[in-house]
Design a protein. Structure first.
Length: 363
């Protein structure tokens, strides 16, 4: 038997570690109970062990990592800032770097471009998309460019809810809500990676009351799926990556036809094999799965199950398998739900991770 050197053994053990970062709302205005960003280490038996709470943060409501995974960024919902953190590769813990302005009010989503030089932020309340330079040390600078999402009349705005990139990373897709005086629509922009600038290539208007919230791209980059918040529906788009254009092809409700109450659709994710879509539904407090026709891209309803908590604002897949985690914001839990890889059937495992006011989960 060959005895392994201790440093090599430690390296293998550290490599096997897996960490989860949960953004939790903190303010009384949101009736929140969160303490900041929770860092968990996933144990060999699948349990989540809390190893750090990053406190003194206001509403770290959406998180993302840079391309290398060595840095983590959060926007501060309802306010006007973005903060940067260094991720310890061995322990998973976060070290604060700096904070900068997003140039607008209530940032709700962010993403890093493929060159790792620019961070895009959706400022929901003030109707802008900010371009924030990112430095090699992970820190963030002040806004370099700010793009307004115009409303129906002069001095009105549309409200961007997400800044998602396609699979090539060459396009930024911005889901906008109309609210009082804007347009419910999805805007597509070509990204200039040298300058971080954006050039609009397409606009797709939604139904009047739909209010697009988030989109997710299929791995083939030909198909895109968007969740519409207020009419709790999901739209299938064909995407032409040569022209940067979306064409809406199908709309389905996210709730069962036997449900006659109100609902707010929220998150949307695709399984890694590209066979299924999962959407979360607030008010109904559920998640819904759809199968994807692998020839046409069209959707078909599969299943809908309760998340065992209130207001599942955010959902994500685990890194290695078809497990969905749903953040129940108002009941302080994260639910674990299995997705059958053949049928799309959803099965809650009964496992609940406790954390206050969770609204975002990343691995």
């Amino acid at each position: 038997m060959v005895k392994m050197e201790e440093p090599v053994m430690n390296e293998i053990q550290n490599h096997a570690k897996q960490f989860v970062y949960v953004g939790c709302r903190t303010t009384e205005e949101r009736n929140a109970r969160g303490k900041g960003i929770k860092v968990f280490e996933i144990q060999p038996d699948g349990e989540w062990k809390l190893i750090q709470t990053v406190k003194n943060l206001v509403n770290p409501s959406y998180l993302c990592k840079d391309i290398t995974g060595k840095y983590l960024y959060t926007i501060h919902g309802d306010f006007s800032e973005i903060s940067a953190f260094l991720v310890d590769e061995k322990t998973g813990m976060l070290t604060y770097i700096n904070t900068a302005s997003t140039g607008g009010k209530n940032p709700v989503h962010l993403s890093v471009d493929k060159t790792n030089r620019w961070i895009y932020v959706a400022n929901l309340q003030t109707g802008t998309v900010a371009v924030i330079p990112r430095n090699e040390d992970g820190s963030v600078n002040d806004v370099s460019k700010l793009y307004g999402m115009d409303g129906k009349e002069e001095n009105t705005i549309s409200h961007p809810h997400q800044v998602m990139q396609d699979q090539t990373g060459d396009y930024l897709v911005v889901s906008c809500q109309g609210r009082k005086a804007g347009y419910g629509q999805v805007d597509v922009f070509r990204i200039d990676h040298e300058e971080g600038s954006l050039e609009k290539s397409c606009v797709v208007r939604s139904r009047e009351i739909a209010e697009p919230r988030h989109v997710a791209f299929h791995k083939n980059n030909k198909w895109c799926y968007g969740v519409n918040e207020k009419d709790y529906s999901v739209t299938f788009y064909e995407f032409d990556e040569g022209e940067g254009k979306l064409i809406a092809k199908q709309i389905l409700p996210t709730l069962p036809d036997t449900y006659t109450g109100d609902g707010w659709a929220s998150g949307i994710v695709l399984s890694r094999d590209g066979k299924f879509i999962v959407v979360s539904n607030r008010k109904h407090d559920s998640i819904t799965s759809f199968s994807i026709d692998q020839i046409t891209g069209k959707m078909k309803f599969c299943d809908c199950v309760k998340t065992g908590g209130g207001q599942p604002r955010f959902i994500t897949f685990s890194e290695n398998e078809n497990t969905v985690f749903a953040a129940n914001e108002t009941t302080d839990t994260i639910a674990e739900i299995k997705l059958d890889a053949e049928t799309g059937k959803l099965s809650p495992t009964g496992k609940m991770i406790e954390t206050e006011s969770p609204v975002c989960i990343i691995f």
